[in-house]
Write a new protein. Structure first.
Lengths: 240, 240
DNA sequence: CGGGTTGTTGAGGTAATTCAAACCGCGTGG
DNA sequence: CCACGCGGTTTGAATTACCTCAACAACCCG
């Protein structure tokens, strides 16, 4: 049932009929594994299929001349990592497997058929793209106008809720398989500074982070530090 | 012919049939004027129509607790400022008229009819959202990993090409009706620092900026400073 | 002509960076 | 079983890019 995470994700947005469910299952022609660190797509590619995560974490990234890297999006199971490539054709960023991943493969041809015959499903895929964009905007705000501490807190809030929505949290804890360097590439910060900010969140008793496990000890306070309003994640199901 | 700028914008992505053109014209039920500084939409709104710019500049923005503002997108004639509100329902940001604007009004009901009956047009509207997201990602990269100078240069490159695509440039010059404070809100910089960076671009002979007019004196060098690759703007028409 | 907005400049402060080194946990191979 | 190497984390010190505050100049509009 490789389509299950995708279906659950789309159900965050609206109810899905059995017929639609079957169509999505048929659209996933195969699944494949990717090793940690592997590129799922590269800048400049013109993919003929789109990928969604079944298990693992992935990141979209861009490299700049100085050798620095900026991660522009983190993806968790259920997320399409390059749905837009169906519409926009050419990848303007790479996608890498942050952990070992399994991905479901949906040919653009299948997406085209859906777009021709399934208006409701097409809208839900559109919501997918629009929510990606909303998350991007949120990142712009936090990079541009929040302190490193606020920004880090914000990313933790976001990830917690997104993982909770796909059933990957336990109470207030979740697996965060990112190095501090990778976190820095998300936040636009140096590794050293990420470390200091994480220390501060720990010292304040807001989070515990050991190994790959983050425990949010004080969720209200974390939200307050981050000034976090989850509206943009669009986690409520309604007719669309 | 209030739909004309919208049609031209969509034609950047792909050919549009006469029938599609007529449908778009019908979808624009009216136009309205907005004064400089007026809000076209506010955070938390649930609009029942989407707006595109016919004339003028608009910006999406978010406010943070400290009173700072971050602009997450700039819009020029032809751009929808809140197309995503059709899919995502609730505005997670405000939209303000940076200059006096005229906007075309497209009821969500009309978008729904298009999405039910016009797969090709629906895809082009999807491209619209996807390109917005691509621009967002570009902003994340430039805010996160580029210097203020590079970032400012990058925004000028982006605006020049977007304005050129809708016929609002003359040679290498264009109207940029933004204050340095507003530019700072786009770039995540203070007004003072924006000023210094602009001075530097002037001193290097890369641009002339007097009043509302920017002249790009050395386009290759501006692109080089910004490390600018226009791919993400998706300015090539192809079948979609 | 005057008052508000915008642009410019200077000086001092600070958040984050860079560079460097030490440390830690962990898997691997001798 | 220990030594080693490696990726990741942590700490310190010096540097820097950008910020804040403040004053002033230029401009525009009524």
């Amino acid at each position: 049932m490789p389509a299950a995470p995708l279906i659950r994700k789309l159900e965050q947005f609206d109810r899905i009929s059995d017929a639609e469910r079957r169509l999505l299952e048929q659209a996933v022609v195969r699944q494949r594994a990717a090793a940690k660190g592997e590129d799922l797509a590269r800048e400049g590619d013109r993919p003929s299929e789109s990928l969604f995560l079944i298990t693992g974490f992935a990141a979209r990234y861009n490299l700049v001349r100085t050798g620095k890297r900026q991660i522009t999006a983190l993806h968790v199971p259920g997320d399409f990592v390059d749905l837009h490539s169906f519409l926009v054709k050419r990848m303007d960023h790479g996608v890498m497997a942050v952990t070992a991943c399994t991905v479901g493969v949906v040919p653009h041809e299948a997406l085209r058929v859906i777009s021709e015959t399934q208006p409701h499903l097409t809208r839900l895929l559109g919501v997918n793209i629009a929510v990606d964009a909303a998350i991007h905007r949120h990142w712009i705000v936090t990079i541009g106008r929040q302190s490193a501490l606020e920004h880090a807190a914000s990313l933790l809030c976001e990830l917690f809720l997104r993982l909770q929505a796909v059933g990957l949290t336990e109470g207030h804890s979740f697996k965060l398989p990112l190095t501090q360097a990778e976190l820095g590439d998300c936040l636009g910060l140096s590794t050293v500074h990420v470390n200091r900010v994480v220390q501060e969140l720990r010292a304040e008793g807001v989070i515990v982070w050991r190994g790959e496990t983050v425990i949010i000890e004080d969720w209200p306070r974390l939200q307050q530090i981050a000034e976090f309003d989850p509206t943009f994640l669009c986690l409520e199901s309604e007719p669309r």
